[in-house]
Design a protein around this ligand. Sequence first.
Ligand code: UDP
Length: 415
Amino acid sequence: MRRELLEQYARVAGEHVISHLEQLAAPLRGATIVHVNSTREGGGVAEILHKLLPLKEALDLNVRWEVLEGNPDFFACTKSFHNGLQGTPVGMPERLLSAYQDTVAANAEKLRGTLEDADFVIIHDPQPAALLQHCSGRRGHWVWRCHIDLSHPYRPVWKFLRGFVRSYDASIFSLPEFAQILDHPQYLIPPSIDPLSEKNTDLPETEVAAIFSRFGLDPELPLLVQVSRFDRFKDPLGVIAAFRLARTMIPVQLALVGGGASDDPEGQAVLAEVREASEGDPDIHVIDLPPDAHRTINAFQRAADIVLQKSLREGFGLTVTEALWKAKPVIGGDTGGIRLQVVNHQTGFRVRTPEGTALRIRYLLHHRDIMAEMGRRAREFVRENFLLTRHLQEYLSLMLALRDGDRERIELGAS
Ligand code: UDP
């Protein structure tokens, strides 16, 4: 079973990639690795952990995933941390900060044994960051893995969070622009997609085509798709503005496909804004999906002529990677992790305004041959850079570096 999984990855990423993973994992066999985040469904972090863990297990690593439990005040507080860290000035009322501290303390009570015994603890994003201060008996190495765009943090929020993060042994960011002044080593590891998952696997053409009738789309009109949580940083209203401009130049329809995450309390309000902005427009389809609608999202990304991700801030943007893997050019906001993935004229276009977005939409729809060529390049770009196997290689290298940091030489090899 485990061997079979590795062979499946080898078929997509190459044999050499798998044997390198086996070499890196061999010295870590028997080590316990615990990941902690704040939701099991919805958003990029959960998406990655669902896929990373089975691959680690296939390499005989002893891995666990724990999820913080919190009340609405806790998630209101951490969502405002999230907004603040991505640059929005936010208030930090005492009541919410206490909810944050109390919730992390209560979770620490439950998880302390597991966390203190682990060889490696990887804490994802701000929500569980304060756990470390409750685990003074820790044995292992603790790494703070930041998935969000920290390029322009609102200072009071970062200052508060930095108080917890500074005690970690290392932190990981997706881009150099997100790195901060910290005394410990900072590593750059971009995220990845799983090519074998329901979200990304090949689909029969009939399943893709069925999207049009299932969601009331017009099979004759070119389709623009943005897949995102309903979040203001994803700029759904900017997408609607861009679409309306594009439609004055070329016939086209838009699907805004999304859903919520259990750690994101603002989703419903943003969804209501999007519904209001698109009300009565038969060419804008706002589609709210349950968190497990992976095949449906896969089909939307494949049915699209062009995928949009017009974010204003973006830690990485797995939705961009997913679309590129499906050989779709992406028109993406010129920000954060989108800059790593969307290379102008190669894999898509980076844009800043609805006007710029509309012009790129028109250009691509008028140049189908260029669009197809970009799509081919996009898929290879992801194969080289953003598959789960590369991501895990970097995690394993980081764990070896932390464990054997003082040694002059780290011996690798299947043992
Ligand atoms: N996603 C999903 N359902 C939705 C919206 C998003 O499954 O309704 C998935 C999407 O396909 C991607 C992840 O959630 O895999 C979002 O990751 P991304 O890095 O794009 O953004 P985040 O939500 O983490 O800010």
